[in-house]
Structure formats: structure tokens, C-alpha cells
Ligand binder design. Structure first.
Ligand code: ADP
Ligand code: ADP
Length: 245
């Protein structure tokens, strides 16, 4: 069965900033069904505010659904505790628009990429961790001579490659790409998209690619789901889907 599944997933936020009681609650995600199988990339496209980020936070367990469920390998993500929760945090990785934004800009590449391993496999030696870092960097086209480079010295494209290496080093079953090329210059977008497409081809895992840009999604996804106001309004093979919201 599917690696990742959302079943009738719903998230309702209370209306923002009301001093008085309001019925204008926001249904950010409404009755959403979604499944991603091993070896498959599902694209999720929709305009700003349609609920994409909320969905990503629900899938990674960062946010509780109002109703419905998220299943990873058949288990309900929101019921996991203790070691099972820690294991899930490793199995599902996210790559964001600027994955290094929240990190110390003076951190060297070696620490940026090695940090998740330090947390999840604290018993590895420094040398073992370095070998793994170099392997992950190689997978994203960053040479080992850049290990000592600091985050603030990197170009936008290099930062995203490092962000991807940071996810890959944990060898996750699921990667959620959340607008991973939206902040990049067009020429760099194409390079990073090609990298993502290559990785997905050679590394048979489950991928969910989120973007507001259908052309970008088509480039990397097998199936595409179109979201509008929290709901799936269209889905199909990447080459068949078009949208006109
Ligand atoms: P997208 O990622 O597609 O831009 P979001 O998931 O960020 O969409 O937002 C979906 C809807 O939920 C929007 O109407 C947004 O204003 C609302 N929303 C998102 N996060 C919150 C929150 N923490 N509290 C209240 N409303 C929210
Ligand atoms: P190891 O012998 O520990 O697997 P590698 O150098 O092969 O060392 O890989 C180190 C890390 O980089 C691993 O965690 C792996 O997930 C990641 N990695 C290496 N090559 C690839 C690749 N082609 N695609 C995705 N991830 C890779």
C-alpha cells in the first residue's frame, strides 16, 4: 500500500484576530484524500493561500488535524509518541524555500549537513559523520572542498543544494519539497529542478512536490493534484492536468 496517505484530512483555523465571536473560520484543508506510493512523485499545485503549507505541516505532524488522518506506512502520524515519533521525524524530511534560513549563518557546510545525523545517530564518530556528509554533498553536486565554507558565503543555488543534502543524509522514506525553487533565479531554478528530478529517478522513495507553479510541478511529478480553497479540485497524470483558477 501507499507509503503516505491522507484520509479525509481537515484543518479548520479559528478566524484570525477577532475580538468578538466570529463564524468566519478558515477551512485551510478540507476533506483531503492523498496517497503517495514508493517510487512516485506527487505534485501538489495551487495558488497562495489554498492550504499547501498547512497540509505539509499536518503530514509532518507539526500540526494536529481537526479531523481525518495522516498515515505513514499505515500508522497514524498523530498518534505516535516517544521513539516512534523520533523515527517518523527522520523518515519524513522537508525541503523549504530557503532551508537554511533558520540556521546560524556562520555554520560551516560540514556542520549544516552533519547536524541531523548528530541528532539521530549520536554514536557515529566524527570521521563516520564526515564520510556521510561528503556522500550527501556529492549527491547534490557540491564538492568536498566546500566543507569549511559558511552558510552566509553560499549562493542561493548552493544553499538549496545544502538544504537538500541535509535532508538526504538521513536517508528518509519521504521528502516533501515545499516550494524548493521559488526563491531562486530562473537559471538556477532549472539547475536545482534537474537535480531534484535526477535524485527522484535514482533514489526510489516517496516524494511530494509542492508549488504554486504548475510548470515547475510538471517537470518533476508523475501525478499532479490541484488544490483550491483547501480542497482537491483536479488530479491526474502530470501531462494531462491544466488549471485555470
Ligand atoms: P498556502 O501554503 O497554499 O499559501 P496556507 O496553508 O498557508 O496556504 O494557508 C491556507 C489558509 O489557512 C489561508 O487562508 C491562511 O490564511 C490560513 N492559515 C494558515 N495558517 C494559519 C494559522 N496558523 N492560523 C490561522 N489561519 C491560518
Ligand atoms: P554510506 O557508506 O554511509 O552510505 P555514502 O557516502 O554512500 O556513505 O552516503 C552518505 C549519505 O549521503 C547517505 O546518508 C546517503 O543517504 C546520502 N547519499 C549518498 N549518495 C546519494 C545519492 N546518490 N542519492 C541520495 N542520497 C545519497
Amino acid at each position: 500500500h501507499a507509503t503516505l496517505e491522507c484520509r479525509e484530512l481537515t484543518k479548520i483555523y479559528p478566524a484570525a484576530g477577532g475580538l468578538h465571536r466570529s463564524k468566519n473560520k478558515v477551512r485551510a484543508v478540507a476533506n483531503l484524500d492523498l496517497s503517495v506510493r514508493n517510487g512516485e512523485t506527487v505534485g501538489l499545485v495551487g495558488e497562495s493561500g489554498c492550504g499547501k503549507s498547512t497540509l505539509a505541516r499536518l503530514i509532518t505532524g507539526m500540526e494536529q488535524p481537526t479531523s481525518g488522518s495522516v498515515l505513514y506506512r499505515g500508522g497514524d502520524v498523530h498518534q505516535l509518541r516517544g521513539k516512534a515519533w523520533t523515527a517518523l521525524r527522520r523518515s519524513i524530511q522537508m525541503v523549504l524555500q530557503d532551508s537554511l534560513a533558520a540556521l546560524n549563518p556562520r555554520m560551516p557546510v560540514e556542520a549544516l549537513v552533519g547536524e541531523p545525523l548528530l541528532i539521530h545517530e549520536p554514536r557515529l564518530s566524527r570521521a563516520e559523520r564526515r564520510t556521510a556528509v561528503i556522500g550527501a554533498l556529492d549527491a547534490v553536486g557540491i564538492p568536498a572542498r566546500m566543507l569549511k565554507r559558511r552558510a552566509h558565503e553560499l549562493s542561493g543555488g548552493q544553499r538549496q543544494r545544502i538544504g537538500i543534502a541535509r535532508a538526504l543524509i538521513l536517508d528518509p522514506e519521504v521528502i516533501i519539497w515545499d516550494e524548493p525553487v521559488s526563491a531562486l533565479d530562473l537559471s538556477v531554478q532549472a539547475q536545482v529542478l534537474n537535480l531534484i528530478a535526477d535524485l527522484q529517478r535514482t533514489r526510489q522513495r516517496s516524494y511530494l512536490f509542492i508549488s504554486h507553479d504548475l510548470d515547475v510541478v510538471r517537470h518533476v511529478a508523475d501525478r499532479v493534484i490541484v488544490m483550491y480553497l483547501g480542497q482537491v479540485v483536479e488530479s491526474g497524470r502530470a501531462e494531462d492536468v491544466y488549471t485555470n483558477p
